[in-house]
Design a protein around this ligand. Structure first.
Ligand SMILES: [Zn+2]
Length: 83
């Protein structure tokens, strides 16, 4: 029996995004949701995703720091006005 892989274009043979076209029928896997080959080149996609994830985490951290700094500045300014 051949090993089957999850289709990377759809969920169970249907592409939700294209549900207005042919009911979202996936032509990549002929609506089966399975492929008899691995749709993701080994190592490559995973590594790219991981880098993107790390970048997102760094961006979020930067935004969080900026928000904290803004909050501190805003509160300090308010504090000075009360002094
Ligand atoms: Zn598919």
């Amino acid at each position: 029996m051949k090993k089957q892989f999850e289709c990377d274009k759809c969920t169970d043979g249907r592409i939700e995004f294209f549900s207005h076209v042919d009911n979202g029928f996936c032509y990549k896997c002929n609506g089966t949701g399975k492929l008899n080959y691995d749709p993701t080149p080994k190592g490559f996609v995973h590594e790219e995703d991981e880098n993107r994830w790390l970048e997102e985490q760094e961006d979020m951290e930067r935004v969080r720091q900026a928000e904290i700094e803004n909050w501190m500045v805003a509160n300090r300014i308010e504090g000075y006005e009360h002094l």
